[in-house]
Ligand binder design. Structure first.
Ligand SMILES: [Zn+2]
Length: 118
């Protein structure tokens, strides 16, 4: 009975504490400036083409999204406007702002270019 119980992995309390703080530290350092964390690949990476979109949700915060170059998943990360400005030299960031819909969808668009692509 006692032998069976002892067969599982045993972790000493201080080792676990060290492991957790180490992991926390690595997660903090995980993303270099310009990198986004891909949940699928479980790694921080520069978005494909060094391009990312910033969608503002408030005057100071927004989400930064790009495409993972390894798995093509869209990777998104919350960021602040201040941090975004630090990234501008490293990433090609396109800022998308939410704008009120000014086009009435029932009015046909007259300058449509679909004909030209045929
Ligand atoms: Zn990925």
């Amino acid at each position: 009975m006692d032998q069976q119980r002892a067969s599982g992995p045993r972790i000493h309390g201080s080792d676990l504490k060290h492991f957790l703080s180490d992991r926390k530290q690595r997660r903090k350092q995980g993303c270099q400036p310009g990198e986004l964390f891909c949940v699928k690949c479980r790694t921080a990476t520069l978005p494909a083409g060094g391009m990312a979109d910033y969608k503002s949700v408030s005057p100071t915060r927004g989400s930064l999204s790009g495409i993972c170059p390894m798995c093509n998943t869209i990777i998104t990360q919350w960021t602040s406007l201040a941090r975004l400005n630090e990234l501008k030299g490293k990433l090609d960031v396109k800022t998308l702002t939410r704008q009120p819909r000014i086009v009435d969808p029932l009015v046909p668009i007259l300058n449509c270019h679909l004909e030209a692509t045929r």
